[in-house]
Design a protein around this ligand. Structure first.
Ligand code: SF4
Length: 285
């Protein structure tokens, strides 16, 4: 992977499209993703964003936004005022086109410095969206952001299935067990914790999977790539190897009706079950 550093003028992006009902802003500490060549990178909708990839193959590059914390501090008062005026609340989604806790975070600490800046000048709400168990290593910042600075902090752990592998596709960013353990740690620390099954992949044992999620999380959100990848009828994902890999395991899982069946199973195990963008927004919480 080609890792470079960059300084950005603006790190708070006003939300539009799929994210509009979810948050007022997204924040990307990195451009590109440290997990771009993992399982989730295969169908990742960001790989089609030519403005972000700039001609490079998804997963082959990572731009470290080394001044992200300073850029946040410089813009936060203006963006908070805009968000409260036009969106009702200043809600940050960390992150929508990268993962805030790639392996490189241990070396560069960009996300940690952003969280430190948020402790000084907090958003109204922070949604941390990650595939990485390393989020548990940031609890020393996330917990005081909630308890001391007063932000509504919520952790979303992405776990798309109970399967660690799909035939022919690369391994996941982290095992299912490791991500469930990280969710448990976040919840035990007092942070509202949501497992996001997104994009939903074929589940080997749905009853057991959602029961396990119910043991470690406050809620679950299910999202199918059809209607969930920001394109009409999942057209973006159809251009990737993901649908064929799903069909090889369970062809019925290609259909939105599969999501609805899984929602029914999830409701037997968790009191709070969200679906698609409304779920990510936490409207069901
Ligand atoms: S962690 Fe998120 S942004 Fe990164 S490749 Fe996976 S789905 Fe895409």
């Amino acid at each position: 992977m080609n890792v470079t550093t960059a300084r950005v003028k603006n790190v708070l992006t006003r939300a539009s499209g799929y994210l509009r009902p979810v948050c007022s802003h997204s924040l990307q500490p990195y451009r590109g993703c440290g997990f771009g060549r993992a399982l989730c990178g295969v169908g990742c909708y960001v790989r089609h964003n030519t403005w972000l990839t700039r001609g490079e193959e998804w997963g082959s590059f990572l731009e470290v936004r080394e001044n992200a914390a300073e850029a946040y501090a410089g813009a936060v008062d203006r963006e908070r005022a805009w968000a409260r005026r036009s969106r009702g609340a200043f809600t940050i989604f960390l992150s929508s086109s990268t993962d805030p806790f790639p392996p490189h975070e241990a070396r560069f600490g960009v996300t940690r410095r952003v969280l430190e800046a948020m402790l000084v000048s907090p958003p109204d709400e922070l949604i941390v969206q990650t595939h990485s168990p390393a989020v548990a290593g940031a609890l020393d910042l996330l917990v005081p952001l909630r308890t001391r600075a007063g932000a509504r902090v919520r952790v979303h752990l992405s776990i798309e299935s109970d399967r660690d592998r799909l035939e022919g596709l690369p391994p996941p960013a982290a095992t299912v067990d490791a991500r469930l353990a990280a969710a448990a740690a976040c919840r035990a620390a007092g942070l509202p914790t949501v497992v996001t099954v997104s994009p939903l992949l074929p589940i080997a044992d749905p009853e057991r999977f959602f029961a396990r999620i119910g043991e470690v999380a406050d809620a679950v959100v299910l999202d199918h790539y059809v209607g969930g990848d920001g394109s009409r009828n999942g057209a973006r994902t159809e251009r990737t190897g993901l649908p064929a890999a799903i069909a090889a395991v369970e062809v019925a899982a290609l259909d939105l009706a599969y999501r609805d069946r899984m929602v029914e199973v999830a409701r037997r195990h968790l009191p709070r079950v969200g679906v698609s963008a409304e779920g990510f927004a936490g409207r069901f919480l």
